[in-house]
Design a protein around this ligand. Structure first.
Ligand SMILES: [Zn+2]
Length: 409
């Protein structure tokens, strides 16, 4: 038995509209945990809503983690976790979000304050014809990333609590801060959460199960020049800015973000500053393939050594820091999470899709630290700006997928 779609829609939509109206923007320029205190506003609202469902949520007042558990109502010992993040991207306003609900969307362009959602730029729009979509008013993000995930998880709980005869596994949920700035889970008690595996509900395409992300490192290159009066510089001057230029030209130009897609990794020059006496560059290094990733890192060291041979020891200093790893490495050892999610999707008559994530996820951190956590879709589109939108029909499919994952047959 399934709740009527109309009812489900209403519950899901209510959760979603309530949550997107709460400003939860995180901040990169903060030393506090969480990075912004307003993320507690949503955390406290979630605690109330979980209590209203009859659960006993826990709010970690230090780290702004909300967790709750719905115990299995059959003899299943399996525990499955569901994560969604509460924050929205820093750098684009999440204040005073005014969601625009368009029922029976005609597939054509949508004019908002100062911007237009145009099918010419967003080729998925015509496919949403006839569906209910939710957009911004053009001045803020929508926050579907990731409040779509939050409200879908809440709707799943709502379903099981209101349909107590449907058998399900132990369901554990976690709503967490600061995904958008990274490191939001660094104090999360993974052992205490005690799940067999988990999912982040934080993707886009509603029928996706993603379990590959980049291996990631940062590289800082500091260059010391020899600054001599240009009139007397012959044979002596080392212009650090030009050495930086030389460094860049020794890296493979095919491996720049603008030349890559899919499984192709890159070295991205994030910043460069320089005078004659010194220069500094910041790179990020990304690849799904661990071997190629390591050879990219080796390239930076090799170029450092070659330039030091040419210009003298300690001219170039490369510092590489690993950031996160491809979760695939661990998923391959225990693929139960991916198999269960794909089956949940296919049992609804849908095709499950998997795409290599060209970035990291909270799940990459969890997986590396012992909790396999692939990423599921949300039905959200165009995150991180005023074009952000969501499709309510697809969000509802996500709820059904989550229910299927947690259901025990
Ligand atoms: Zn997200």
């Amino acid at each position: 038995m399934f709740l009527g779609d109309f009812l489900m829609n209403n519950i899901l939509l209510n959760y979603f509209l309530n949550y997107v109206k709460i400003d939860t923007m995180s901040s990169e320029d903060s030393n506090t945990t969480p990075s912004t205190m307003k993320q507690f506003d949503l955390a406290r609202k979630l605690v109330l809503d979980l209590k209203e469902l009859g659960l006993n949520p826990v709010l970690d007042e230090k780290n702004c983690y909300v967790t709750a558990e719905l115990k299995s109502n059959c003899n299943s010992n399996l525990a499955i976790g569901f994560f969604a993040h509460m924050d929205t991207i820093p750098g684009f306003s999440g204040t005073n979000v005014k969601p625009q609900i368009i029922k029976n969307y005609d597939g054509k362009e949508i004019k908002l304050n100062g911007i237009t959602l145009d099918p010419k730029n967003f080729e998925f729009l015509p496919k949403l014809k006839g569906k209910t979509i939710i957009t911004t008013d053009g001045t803020t993000v929508l926050g579907a990333d990731d409040k779509a995930g939050v409200s879908e998880i809440m709707s799943m709980l709502h379903y099981f609590i209101n349909n107590p005869t449907i058998p399900h596994v132990n369901i554990k949920v976690a709503f967490t801060p600061d995904e958008e700035i990274g490191g939001g889970l660094k104090n999360f008690d993974i052992k205490g959460f005690n799940c067999d595996y988990a999912y982040t509900v934080d993707g886009e395409i509603y029928n996706e199960v993603d379990f590959e992300n980049f291996n990631a490192a940062s590289a800082v290159i500091k260059i010391k020049g020899l600054d001599i009066h240009p009139g007397n510089a012959k044979g002596k001057m080392i212009n650090a800015s030009l050495v930086a230029h030389e460094f860049i030209s020794m890296l493979d130009s095919k491996m720049r973000p603008e030349n890559t897609e899919g499984y192709e990794g890159f070295n991205h020059l994030c910043s460069i500053e320089g005078i004659c006496g010194e220069a500094k560059m910041e790179y990020i290094i990304r690849n799904h393939d661990a071997k190629i990733f390591n050879s990219q890192k080796d390239d930076f060291i090799r170029i450092q050594d070659e330039l030091n041979k040419k210009y003298g020891e300690n001219t170039v200093k490369v510092t590489i820091k690993d950031q996160y790893k491809n979760m695939r490495e661990w998923i391959d050892l225990d693929p139960r999470s991916v198999i269960r999610a794909k089956k949940a999707i296919e049992d609804l008559g849908l095709v499950s899709v998997s795409e290599p994530i060209r970035g990291g996820t909270d799940g990459a951190f969890l997986t590396r630290n012992g909790l396999n956590t692939p990423n599921l879709g949300t039905g959200g589109y165009n995150p991180h700006g005023p074009y952000e939108m969501a499709c309510l029909d697809e969000m509802e499919m996500v709820v059904k997928i989550l229910i299927n994952i947690a259901k025990e047959n």
